[in-house]
Write a protein that binds this ligand. Structure first.
Ligand code: E4P
Length: 217
């Protein structure tokens, strides 16, 4: 499963990238707001930093304007994925931009029927939002499993990019369910390495080592 980082914070991306944990980046208008940066500038910096796809989201709501914004965003770098909302206008823009050979990430997906439409419109990625479904007492992971089954049944190549990941259990469940990609905030990715038994075991080993009086270096 590929790891995308869901942030527009350059330092956080760079830190994880050095560890080989970044296969791509996703941003959205809320994350751009949080970063306090200009969308074009920060997207270029991110795209220069990482090799994989960097999603940048349009804000127009009419198809023609979405297409224009998408072309502009795609012009920032070769690894830009144009992020479009799952509306009929977004799907129309997806069809046009995908046909031009551009990478499209269809976002704000909350049902398997929406995912089916995105695949038929040529999306490179579909982004089902797990956390936001869980927030309203629905099962985000069930949606990932349904999309996996549908895409596999019909041989759609659109990658399932599990989004709105809120905790480490979401990551495990995505890997188990067969999501192609998961995008998570840097804090969630950092937490993946943590285990109390690792800390406890290391403490014991270091205490015992101290008692041997030996040194390796
Ligand atoms: C994904 O592409 C979105 O940017 C993101 O995962 C949304 O997450 P949220 O529901 O925590 O805002």
């Amino acid at each position: 499963m590929k790891f995308f980082v869901d942030t527009a914070e350059i330092d956080a991306i760079a830190e994880l990238n050095e560890l080989g944990m970044v296969d791509g980046v996703t941003t959205n208008p809320s994350l751009i707001l949080k970063s306090g940066r200009d969308i074009i500038e920060v997207t270029k910096e991110i795209a220069d930093l990482v090799d994989g796809p960097v999603s940048a989201e349009v804000v127009a709501t009419q198809a023609e304007a979405m297409i224009e914004e998408g072309r502009k965003l795609a012009g920032i770098a070769d690894n830009i994925a144009i992020k479009l909302p799952l509306t009929w206008n977004g799907l129309k823009a997806c069809k046009t931009l995908s046909s031009e050979g551009r990478m499209v990430n269809v976002t704000l997906c909350f049902s398997s029927n929406q995912a089916l439409l995105a695949a038929k419109a040529g999306a490179a990625f579909i982004s089902p939002f797990i956390g936001r479904l869980d927030d309203i007492n629905l099962d985000g992971m069930e949606l990932i499993a349904d999309i996996r089954q549908i895409y596999d049944t019909y041989g759609f190549e659109t990658e399932i990019l599990a989004a709105s990941i809120r905790n480490v259990n979401h990551v495990t469940d995505c890997a188990r369910t067969g999501a192609d990609v998961m995008t998570a905030p840097p804090e969630v990715i950092h937490k993946l390495a943590l285990h109390p038994l690792t800390d406890k075991g290391l403490e014991t080993f270091l205490n015992d080592w101290e008692k041997t009086g030996q040194k390796i270096l």
